[in-house]
Design a protein around this ligand. Sequence first.
Ligand SMILES: [Zn+2]
Length: 120
Amino acid sequence: MLSQDFINNRKQELEKIKAELEEQLSSIVKIDRQSTEYDAKFPDFGDKEDENAAEVAAYQNNLSLEEDLKFSLSRINKSLQTIKDKTYGVCEKCGEEIQPKRLEAFPQASACMECKQKIW
Ligand SMILES: [Zn+2]
């Protein structure tokens, strides 16, 4: 069994990561809103062909970063939910407890080391 202290510490870490992710996400969304105001879907680096390519790349970069951030956030929220449900630290694949060391390194882990290795 994981101690309540251990879970509380992981919860604090998860909430810290969550706040950071939300901040990053809101800064990306802000960039998107600004660029539509200027009637351009892409960040404006200039009119030369090279610069346009860089704009497209930056825009696509923002999109995939946004997807990554949303995915990470959903994992964090899921872990926070398991803390509420008192099922935190239980592997979602085999139902065994996840090694505390793994949770210390990666508090949003939802599967134990063995199951993780099977997936990959
Ligand atoms: Zn497992």
